[in-house]
Design a binder for this molecule. Structure first.
Ligand code: ZN
Ligand code: ZN
Length: 103
């Protein structure tokens, strides 16, 4: 069985880098989910968190996270223009990244 490290951004290097959302727990590759944006392997919960946190890997989830983070006790702490800008980014029709170099 092949084991992978959740969110490992540098699996063959000797310095540890972790994609946002990754917990660095070890998991079996057959149980892991892969992000087509960066090629990282994740637990299910961790990849969903990764999509919210990492810019450009899932624009819609990333936008929703930014909007949620900008709301504090029924006040929206950003301008309407910025809110619209975030929403438009989240709704943008972009081709998913399909290779591991992020191109
Ligand atoms: Zn994880
Ligand atoms: Zn990713």
């Amino acid at each position: 069985m092949i084991k992978v490290t959740c969110g490992d951004a540098n699996p063959n290097g000797n310095i540890a880098f972790t994609y946002k959302g990754g917990c660095r727990g070890e998991l079996d590759i057959t149980e892991a989910y892969r992000c087509v944006g960066c090629g990282g392997w994740f637990h299910l919960d961790c990849i969903l968190k990764h999509f919210e946190l990492e810019e450009g890997h899932d624009n819609a989830r990333n936008a929703l996270r930014k909007i949620k983070d900008s709301i504090k006790s029924d006040k929206i702490l950003i301008t309407e223009d910025r809110l619209i800008e975030i929403c438009e980014k989240g709704l943008e029709k972009t081709k998913p990244i399909t290779n591991l170099k992020g191109e």
